[in-house]
Design a protein. Structure first.
Length: 171
C-alpha cells in the first residue's frame, strides 16, 4: 500500500512510502545524485521541514491560526502568568523571519492575547495569553501531539542523536 501525504513543496501529493519501503530524498525529489552528503543533508532537512510544516498547517487550519501564531501562543503560555515583550517573543521564535508584532496584532484581534503598557517602561508593551488563548492552545496541542505520535518512528536514543547532530550543524 502506498501512503501519500500533502506537502507544501509543490502543493500536491508526494508518496513517502512505496509498498512499505521508505523512499529516500533522491526518490522523493527525483534527483539521482548530490554533490556530497552535506548537500544531501541540507536538502533533506529543508524537504522534511516543508513536509512537517505542511502537515501542521493543515491540522490547525480550522482554528484560523498559522504555525507562527501557534509558536507565539506557546511562548506566551511558557511564560504565563508573566507577560512578555515583543522583543522577547522575537528572540524566541522558531521562524526568525516572522514579524512578531504583526502576529501579536492578529492574535489580539482574535482575543487570544492581550497587550498592556509595561509599568516599568512606558515605551514597552507587555503581551500575555488570555484564557481564550490558553483554551485554544490546549486544543491545538492535542492535534500537534497526535501528529508527533504518528511520526514517532525513531527510538528515544535516535531522537537524542538527531537533536545533537542538528544542534552541532548550526554551530
Amino acid at each position: 500500500m502506498t501512503e501519500c501525504v500533502y506537502t507544501s513543496v509543490n502543493f500536491g501529493e508526494i508518496c513517502i512510502y512505496n509498498q512499505k519501503k521508505r523512499m529516500g530524498i533522491e526518490d522523493l525529489i527525483k534527483q539521482a545524485k548530490f554533490s556530497n552528503e552535506a548537500e544531501k543533508t541540507i536538502v533533506n532537512i529543508s524537504f522534511t521541514n516543508s513536509y512537517l510544516s505542511g502537515l501542521l498547517n493543515s491540522a490547525i487550519r480550522d482554528f484560523n491560526i498559522s504555525l507562527q501564531q501557534f509558536n507565539v501562543l506557546r511562548i506566551l503560555q511558557g511564560q504565563h502568568p508573566v507577560p512578555v515583550s515583543i522583543n522577547e517573543i522575537t528572540t524566541r521564535m522558531v521562524d526568525k523571519m516572522s514579524n512578531a508584532s504583526r502576529l501579536v496584532d492578529k492574535l489580539d484581534d482574535k482575543e487570544l492575547v492581550q497587550r498592556k503598557t509595561s509599568c516599568h517602561d512606558k515605551r514597552q508593551v507587555d503581551i500575555s495569553i488570555t484564557e481564550t488563548g490558553q483554551k485554544t492552545l490546549a486544543e491545538l496541542n492535542i492535534i500537534v501531539n497526535q501528529i508527533i505520535q504518528e511520526h514517532s518512528h525513531l527510538t528515544p536514543g535516535e531522537y537524542e542523536t538527531l537533536n545533537h547532530l542538528l544542534d552541532k550543524l548550526r554551530k
